[in-house]
Each structure stands twice: as C-alpha cells, then as structure tokens.
Design a protein around this ligand. Structure first.
Ligand code: DCP
Length: 230
C-alpha cells in the first residue's frame, strides 16, 4: 500500500538518491568517538556531526549534563528528552554532502542510556514509558535512516582511564562500575546482538588501540563504498 500525504501525493521514501549515506559511530563513554570523527573533518563530501554535548551543557543557561549527574532522579528525564531532540535534529539535518557521519544516534540514546537509567530505577517507569513512546513514534515516521554503524569496541578499563584523563567536570562522579555496566549494554546490543535490533550493518573496530592503529584498522575494513568517499 502506497503511503499518501495529506494533499494526496504519494510520500517519497528517503532513498540513496535523495539522502546522504549515513554512518553513526557508537561505543562506550571514553572509547574515542570524538577523536575518530576528526579524521573525516574538512572533507568537502562529508558532513561530520559531533555529539551535541556543548548544547546539553547550555540550554538557555542550564547545564543539563551536570544536573543529570548531580541529581539523576530529578533530571534524567529532562536530560534524555533533550538528548533525543538534539539527536533527531542531527539525523534530520539537511546536507548536500554524499555522506553524513554522526557521533552517536537516537538509537544509543534509547538502547544504552535510557535503558540503563530505567533498569537502575533512576528513570521512573512512567517517565521511561513517555521516552519510549516518543522514540517509537519517531522511528515509525521513517525519517531516521542509518546505513552503517561503526562500533568502537573498548574495554571498560581503558575507557575509564580515558574518562579520568580528560577530566570533564560533570563526569567526576562516574565510577568504573558505571562504565562497566554501559559497556555490557553496548556489547549485548552491538556485539552479541542479544539486545534490541541493530539499525544497520556493523563494523567493529578495536578501540583499545592507539588512534593511529584504530585508523589503520578502519582503512583495512572500510566497505568498498567508502574507498572513494571516505
Ligand atoms: N550521555 C548520557 N546520555 C546519553 C548520551 C550521553 O548520559 N544519551 C553522557 C555520557 C557522557 C557524555 O554524555 O557523560 C558524553 O558521552 P558519550 O559516550 O556520548 O561521549 P564521550 O565524549 O564519552 O565519547 P568519546 O570519549 O568516545 O569521544
């Protein structure tokens, strides 16, 4: 059955002809997503969208990231709602580039972070249900399209060390246990594939290596499509 818009014209699904090939880079906190994205910046045919952390730190003067870590019971819903909005904005951002590459996605927001907060009982079930309704509705609209997922797979110990090193003030209460738990969720979703569906084929890279070695591994395994573009 062809879907019709309100004016009776058929809705044109997003196809490769009218949207960019979309890559999302996923992996635990501290695995090196930001650094990995650097390699793609400045190329004319690639639109690179770093994670909107700076936006989360200043919503009309409010640092939602800080509030969420300081008092998760009160602020997780607000924070995750805003994350979902900013991720959706990135997914929908128009570009004339052939490729769009995003740090994280609406998927990891739901499947990793909202999931953890719900399991921990930090996000009350009614709030989790509202988040989930938004998420499902967004997916049903079919305007979030992902063609490749790159999983930067790190061990929690290495990721934790990097988090300590970068000293992001909001994260000073993040413990190794927190990182381990997030690691398990990423693993079950993207590596063992026992948790939730994957939105696209996955390329797994060993992110415990140095930046140079991660790049070399990427060069070795990147799909043919990228040989010319990325
Ligand atoms: N965060 C969150 N909920 C989300 C997304 C992120 O609580 N839905 C938090 C976790 C971190 C910060 O935001 O405190 C950024 O986390 P990311 O893992 O997305 O980014 P990093 O900067 O840790 O990534 P990397 O070190 O891999 O560059």
């Amino acid at each position: 059955v062809k879907k019709m818009s309100s004016n009776g014209k058929p809705l044109i699904p997003n196809t490769l002809e009218n949207r960019p090939f979309t890559v999302v880079v996923e992996g635990n906190m501290g695995c090196g997503k930001t650094t990995f994205l650097e390699r793609f910046k400045g190329k004319s045919n690639i639109c690179v969208l770093s994670e909107p952390v700076e936006n989360w730190r200043n919503v009309n003067g409010h640092n939602l990231l800080h509030l969420m870590y300081e008092n998760p019971e009160t602020w997780s819903f607000t924070f995750q709602s805003y994350v979902q909005l900013t991720m959706l904005q990135n997914h929908l951002l128009p570009t004339t580039c052939a490729v769009k590459i995003m740090e994280r996605s609406i998927y990891s927001a739901r499947y990793c972070f909202v999931e953890k907060l719900t399991r921990d009982g930090v996000l009350p079930l009614p709030s989790a249900a509202v988040m989930d309704s938004w998420f499902k509705w967004i997916l049903q609209q079919n305007f979030v399209q992902v063609d490749l997922l790159i999983y930067l797979r790190s061990s929690p110990e290495v990721a934790y060390e990097r988090i300590l090193k970068r000293k992001r003030p909001e994260e000073n209460m993040v413990s190794l246990d927190y990182v381990k738990y997030l690691h398990e969720i990423h693993e079950n979703w993207l590596y063992f594939k026992t948790l939730f569906t994957c939105p696209a084929p996955i390329l797994v890279l060993n992110a415990d290596q140095s930046t140079l070695d991660v790049h070399a591994e990427y060069e070795k395994w990147k799909p043919d499509f990228f040989r010319k573009t990325l």
